[in-house]
Design a protein around this ligand. Structure first.
Ligand code: SF4
Ligand code: SF4
Length: 227
């Protein structure tokens, strides 16, 4: 039978190939098919708004301070009293992230006291020019209705819906926000909380809103009268 083995020999190695041909494929046809990402996937950032349209960023620069890659540049400015941009005293006047340096660690999200910056499920951010790798506030800030922006929205790889999948949540609103939303919780489009309806104002949410005011630095609370 040695002649049979020598005849089969060159083909024996193909047995592995033939076996694999009939097994289910483990590869996905990216970018046509995209895998569902984990809920807390660290993708491209967005800057969020409150439900009343106000910006959540108060320009505190904590995100920039904690960033290990030094890729965030923030400049804060005082809110115009007659037309405030954010509920705090200040707002993020300039906000830039250099995505070429970002390591997507999420520390900026952890540091932010107002949940202004959150991460989404979009990771396709290839650019043809280094300058395009710096995402400005125009690109990062969501529209007043919560619609995310992207500097290259027509790029075939980019699925703008992936920018809507974030684990960010938002809460209305601090004292200078619109009164109709005060104490009402609402959530940004989110894989984690997206299906939840806004909550009714309650004693508890009012207390939490007070906590939020302290966190945003707008801690002006009515002083209790001493009897
Ligand atoms: S994810 Fe990390 S590296 Fe990227 S901007 Fe935030 S803190 Fe910096
Ligand atoms: S930590 Fe949050 S509120 Fe402060 S500058 Fe950064 S994004 Fe804005």
């Amino acid at each position: 039978m040695s002649w049979f083995k020598s005849l089969l020999g060159p083909w024996a190695g193909f047995s592995v190939t033939f076996r694999q041909m009939f097994k289910p494929k483990v590869t996905t046809r990216y970018p046509k098919d995209k895998r569902v990402k984990p809920q807390r996937f660290h993708g491209r950032h967005v800057l969020n708004r409150y439900p009343d349209g106000m910006e959540k960023c108060i320009g505190c620069e904590l995100c920039a301070g904690v960033c290990p890659a030094s890729c965030i540049y923030v400049r804060g400015a005082d809110n115009p009293p007659d037309d405030p941009v954010s509920p705090g005293e200040r707002f993020g006047f300039v906000y830039e992230i250099n995505m070429l340096r970002c390591i997507f660690c999420g520390l900026c999200v952890e540091a932010c006291p107002t949940e202004a910056i959150t991460m989404t499920h979009l990771f396709e951010m290839s650019v043809s020019d280094r300058d395009e790798g710096i995402f400005t506030k125009d690109s990062l800030l969501v529209e007043p209705d919560g619609t995310p922006n992207h500097p290259l929205p027509d790029t075939p790889l980019i699925d703008i819906n992936e920018l809507k999948l974030s684990d960010g949540w938002m809460r209305a609103t601090a004292p200078s926000g619109r009164a109709a939303f005060e104490g009402i919780e609402a959530w940004s489009p989110s894989a984690r909380l997206g299906g939840m309806a806004p909550a009714e104002p309650s004693q508890e949410s009012g207390q939490e809103t007070g906590d939020r005011q302290q966190a945003t630095g707008d801690s002006e609370q009515p002083e209790e009268e001493s009897s």
